[in-house]
Design a protein around this ligand. Structure first.
Ligand code: PFF
Length: 452
């Protein structure tokens, strides 16, 4: 999307689908289930839902309204309203640059699994050590990462993302249906009911500040918040489209898909490994280790597996394309270079930044940053440090500098703002105080000062 030719989305459906295309991706299908499994199941789900209805709602409304009001993307939007706050726009722009490389590493894993299923290795992929062997190889994860990144870069370079989005819009409903079918199947396996209880029933003894931080980071990541994306999308939104109900629909889409992904994966973890803490705490590998086992026990599992990974690949591609598109246009705007050159530059920088993440579970596995592998470290810095900082500054800016009234007026220019009181209280008081407390405790914890 080019800033100067600021075209707009045709109507509400167009806007909601485009924003949902960016929001729904690996964050929902790969990241949400492993965090929910790791951070106590039901309690994580509950915290996430509360945050989505309060923080998520307020921040997404604020970002889209900011974009629609200024008709500019992040840096320009903040700068045009208050010069001192352009820093927020810059900080927000750093986030996609950190996420893009490691997002493409995971995209590479999805591509690898798809190829394994297509080439008839479905039952090998269901083996216990398949995933571990794969990510600890010295070359293979890098190759799949570069292939996935190159596909993303080619789409952005040729400017054919509209085509991918169109395909994805057809595929998204199919993905939802297929995920429900797989979830139904998972739930029928022996032992799966314990998993369902773990996922749905909050166990308050598992509550901790880390749970809230993880849920908050996931919320920002999943809804593409605090990284300037929604500001850009807002800048293309027509004045007459209802902002409040669009936000609600995007949230419903995004959270619904994450919820189903959890239903598909967590009960299966219980069915196959009895829900031990090690099995639940698997982290980034959870989806890749669990689902092939589910497919193996299903009739026609190879074909279902192929369909599943194709659909996930498309959901991931629409997200990585929008991530790369953002980074490319920030560089074009800043350095006034050609789009194609910017694209090549972003590709090369992403290769450099992504290789450590791709090798971080094997060849470079002994190198730890704050005790984390490269991928976890990049994930932590973007989701648990930078995004909360951007979200905090955005709340301060809107709550006390610009004043919530400006955003409320923008929302009301396209209809009634039913939850304006909630919006105001969250943006002014609840969000900044909570984010600050959580941020400080997480940084202290990461630095090893205390264990929450
Ligand atoms: N929200 C995407 C996901 O959940 O997979 C990740 C993402 C995509 C973040 C695009 C930012 C973005 F611009």
């Amino acid at each position: 999307m080019e800033n100067n030719s600021r075209s707009s989305f045709t109507g509400k459906i167009g806007f909601v689908l485009a924003a949902a295309g960016s929001a729904v991706g690996l964050g929902n299908i790969w990241r949400f289930p492993y965090l929910a499994a790791k951070y106590g199941g039901g309690i994580f789900l509950l915290v996430y839902l509360i945050l989505a209805l309060t923080f998520g709602f307020a921040l997404m409304t604020a970002e889209i309204a900011l974009g629609r009001k200024t008709k500019l993307s992040a840096i320009g939007a903040f700068r045009s309203l208050n010069k001192k706050f352009s820093i927020v726009g810059y900080l927000a722009s750093v986030v996609p640059m950190i996420i893009l490389p490691y997002y493409c590493v995971i995209g590479g894993w999805v591509t690898k699994y798809l190829c394994a299923f297509v080439s008839g290795s479905a039952s090998l992929a269901a083996g216990d050590s398949y995933f571990g062997n794969f990510i600890s190889q010295p070359v293979e994860p890098v190759i799949w990462f570069v292939i996935y990144l190159a596909v993303t870069a080619i789409v952005v370079l040729l400017g054919v993302e509209k085509g991918v989005e169109k395909v994805s819009k057809i595929m998204m409903p199919i993905l939802i249906v297929l995920s429900i079918v797989i979830a139904g199947y998972s739930l029928c396996m022996p032992g799966a009911m314990d998993g369902l209880v773990y996922y749905l029933k909050p166990d308050f003894s598992k509550f901790s500040v880390t749970t809230v931080l993880a849920a908050m980071g996931q919320l920002f990541y999943s809804m593409s918040l605090s990284m300037g994306i929604m500001i850009t999308y807002g800048s293309y939104m027509k004045k007459e489209v209802s902002l409040e109900s669009s936000v609600k629909q995007i949230e419903l889409f995004d959270t619904g898909i994450a919820f189903i992904a959890g239903l598909m994966i967590i009960p299966a973890v219980f069915a196959f490994s009895g829900g031990t803490p090690e099995a639940l705490g698997k982290g980034p590998g959870l989806m890749f280790e669990t689902l092939p086992k589910v497919f193996e026990t299903m009739a026609g599992g190879t074909y279902i597996g192929i369909a599943f990974f194709v659909l996930v690949l498309f959901a991931a591609l629409t997200s990585s394309i929008s991530l790369m598109e953002t980074v490319v246009s920030i560089i074009v705007d800043k350095f006034k270079i050609r789009r194609s050159l910017s694209c090549v530059l972003v590709f090369l920088i992403s290769v450099l930044l992504g290789v450590p993440s791709a090798l971080g579970y094997g060849t470079w596995g002994s190198i730890k940053l704050l005790g984390m592998s490269f991928l976890d470290f990049f994930d932590f810095t973007s989701n648990s440090v930078l995004m909360p900082i951007v979200a905090f500054l955005t709340c301060i800016f809107i709550g006390y500098i610009l004043k919530p009234k400006a955003i409320i007026e923008e929302v009301e220019s396209s209809g009634k703002f039913k939850q304006k009181k909630l919006f105001e209280v969250v943006i002014k008081y609840v969000a900044p105080v909570c984010i600050l407390l959580i941020l400080i405790s997480s940084i202290l914890e990461a630095l090893g000062y205390f264990k929450i």
